[in-house]
Design a protein around this ligand. Structure first.
Ligand SMILES: *Cc1c(COP(=O)(O)O)cnc(C)c1O
Length: 376
């Protein structure tokens, strides 16, 4: 089986995990958690990083710390992985969905701007939806597939309309916009270390920020909000959203290899682009010149999505359609969705992701390309 995007367990991973097992430091405290946080902050160019149990829990805590409350809206793209919208719902808020841009598949900023101008109003320095008076405290862009939208424009729009930016940068570890790392633009950014991401800890996540108070609060909330080091005194409803030390040990080893992984992802996309551009009607995700993406997951657009999916999967080459757009899922179908001819649906029905594990062999890549060519 050629995996879509599987883990690459090389480097010091065995050594560091063994160290945890040998010393018994496997659980919620330990030196690897601190080291993993430090390495991540350094890599992402933020002052602080707080490890969490998953990317989803990182998003949940970031939204809570941004003050998102019951009955609020959070603006987010309609094309994303479900965890983005789930985390919004955990806070009692609802997602306010914006359609995707046609070629980059990121949130459509023209549409966002028109929405903000026409549909929202400012009261006492906060943004409200005109038609029902509900507050919109946060915008959560998602760096879909490790690509990034025009962040200068998004940040400017957010400032003009008093929106806090929280980045769902869970797919974008190693992606840059004008040389600045994904996750470092907003008040907070997030990463995920699920098994299919560019690095993995089995499961895990991270919140990054330049704000010391927010970092402290994130640590507090993710560790049951315990306010005394000796007694069991807790000063609010906290969460058990810690990353365990043995997972962080994997994370440290994975961070050591991240530059190689990014390089390999770039080799993979170059190979696919060289071999498949001009084959049938295949096109790839458009990337703006200011963006240097991690190319986490090569994804094609074609009218023959289902046939190619079948040809690859029948031959044990794992490939997947793009996510079902959020407005088509049962839980979000009644949420507000601003769109241009529902481009999300078009993208969903025409895109597929192809094998791209960093440890995929050149022969396996060749096999994928041959299968796609012969399907055409
Ligand atoms: C992976 C992912 C998440 C959630 O990460 P987990 O670590 O699996 O909880 C959230 N948003 C997007 C866009 C993702 O791809």
């Amino acid at each position: 089986m050629v995996l879509l995007s599987g883990p690459n367990m090389g480097g010091n991973i065995w050594k560091y995990v063994k160290d945890c097992l040998d010393t018994g430091w496997v659980s919620s405290v330990g030196a690897y958690v601190d080291q993993f946080e430090k390495m991540t902050a350094e890599f992402a160019g933020t002052k602080y990083a707080v490890a969490t149990s998953s990317g989803t829990t990182a998003l949940h805590i970031a939204l809570l710390l941004a003050g998102v409350d019951r009955n609020d809206y959070v603006i987010t793209p309609n094309i994303t992985f479900v965890a983005t919208c789930n985390s919004i719902r955990y806070t009692g808020a609802d997602p306010l969905l914006i359609d995707a841009e046609e070629f980059t598949w990121q949130m459509d900023l023209d549409l966002l701007e028109a929405f903000l101008i026409n549909e929202t109003e400012q009261k006492n320095g906060a943004c409200y939806l005109k038609k029902n008076g509900r507050r919109i405290p946060v915008i959560m862009p998602v760096h879909v597939l490790g690509n990034i939208c025009d962040m200068d424009r998004l940040i400017k729009l957010a400032q003009q309309h008093n929106l806090i930016v929280i980045e769902d940068s869970t797919e974008a570890l190693g992606s840059y916009y004008k040389g600045k790392h994904a996750g470092s633009f907003g008040l907070m950014g997030t990463f995920s270390y699920n098994g299919n991401k560019i690095i993995t800890t089995g499961g895990g996540g991270m919140i990054v920020t330049d704000d010391e108070q927010l970092a402290k609060k994130a640590k507090h909330l993710t560790t049951q909000a315990k306010s005394d080091s000796f007694e069991y005194i807790h000063d609010e409803i906290g969460y058990n959203y810690r990353l365990v030390n043995v997972a962080a040990a994997m994370g440290v080893a994975q961070m050591e290899q991240l530059p190689e992984f990014i390089e390999r992802k770039k080799e993979i996309i170059s190979y696919y682009k060289n071999e498949l551009s001009g084959v049938g009607d295949i096109s790839f995700q458009d990337v703006k010149p200011e963006v240097n993406p991690n190319w986490w997951m090569p994804t094609l657009k074609t009218n023959h999505q289902r046939e190619i999916l079948k040809a690859l999967n029948d031959n044990k080459m794992q490939s997947r359609p793009f996510w079902v757009p959020m407005n088509q899922l049962r839980m979000f179908k009644d949420d507000l969705y601003y769109h241009t001819n529902d481009r999300s649906d078009y993208i969903y029905k025409h895109c597929l992701s192809i094998p791209c594990s960093t440890n995929i062999t050149d022969d396996q890549l060749k096999g994928v390309v041959e299968k796609i060519k012969s399907a055409f």
